[in-house]
Design a protein around this ligand. Structure first.
Ligand SMILES: Cc1cc2nc3c(=O)[nH]c(=O)nc-3n(C[C@H](O)[C@H](O)[C@H](O)COP(=O)(O)O)c2cc1C
Length: 204
């Protein structure tokens, strides 16, 4: 039996496009891992606190087993380590990740635990596994808008690729849904494009 970790970051619940598309991805993942345990980490229903002073002191000091200030970090990393596949569903907020997702990242990307600092740079410590990233945006960032506006900056997908590579997870599949707030036609187009990418990544 395997395990799938689903991390959701949209402030919306039932009307969220990223959560809805994540449901389709999850169905494919579960079909490929029958009987897998699904762990849902909803960063809006159950937010992760940003790093505080005790956390900061703990990660700057030599590592101590079971440090109380790192208990949340340890629990979130254990959840991630146990997953055979990871699904992240997030909207783009101001060209990057929402604050709730950044707070989760600040807990799971931890020196001496999920990466090591070496003279040659940071080296990931987790075994690789597939990570699927559903990204929704109101506008367009992979291509010009249908009206011809240039693509907006994207500090989200390259950032998450760098973050996951830092901890050893290099197999990232990005499934963008762009223009999801620009009417039914734009949403249908975004859905169709994302389904085509999903069919390549995880055939039905
Ligand atoms: C605070 C905030 C910032 C946003 N910034 C952007 C942005 O930089 N670019 C963009 O295309 N859409 C932006 N949007 C629109 C969201 O990306 C869009 O509402 C979201 O992808 C819809 O996803 P959901 O249906 O899963 O909630 C922003 C929305 C909010 C609330």
């Amino acid at each position: 039996m395997g395990s799938i970790l689903y991390v959701a970051a949209s402030p919306r619940q039932t009307d969220s496009v990223s959560r809805r598309f994540a449901g389709v991805v999850l169905a494919r993942l579960l079909a490929g891992l029958p009987g897998a345990c699904l762990v849902v980490r909803d960063l809006v229903a159950d937010p992760v606190r940003p790093p505080d002073a005790a956390f900061t002191r703990a990660i700057l000091a030599p590592p101590v087993p079971d440090h109380p200030a790192l208990a949340t970090s340890e629990a979130l990393i254990t959840e991630l380590e146990a997953a055979d596949a990871v699904l992240i569903a997030t909207p783009m907020h101001n060209f990057t990740v929402p604050a709730v997702l950044k707070a989760w990242i600040d807990q799971i990307v931890r020196i001496h635990r999920t990466f090591s600092s070496t003279p040659m740079g940071k080296v990931g410590r987790l075994p690789d596994r597939p990570v699927y990233l559903v990204v929704t945006s109101g506008g367009w960032f992979t291509r010009p808008s249908p009206a011809g506006a240039p693509p907006q900056p994207d500090f989200l997908t390259s950032y998450l690729r760098a973050i996951f590579e830092t901890i050893g997870l290099r197999s990232l599949t990005v499934l963008p849904l762009e223009g999801v707030t620009r009417g039914a036609d734009a949403l249908a187009d975004a859905w169709g494009r994302a389904m085509a990418l999903l069919d390549d990544a995880l055939p039905p």
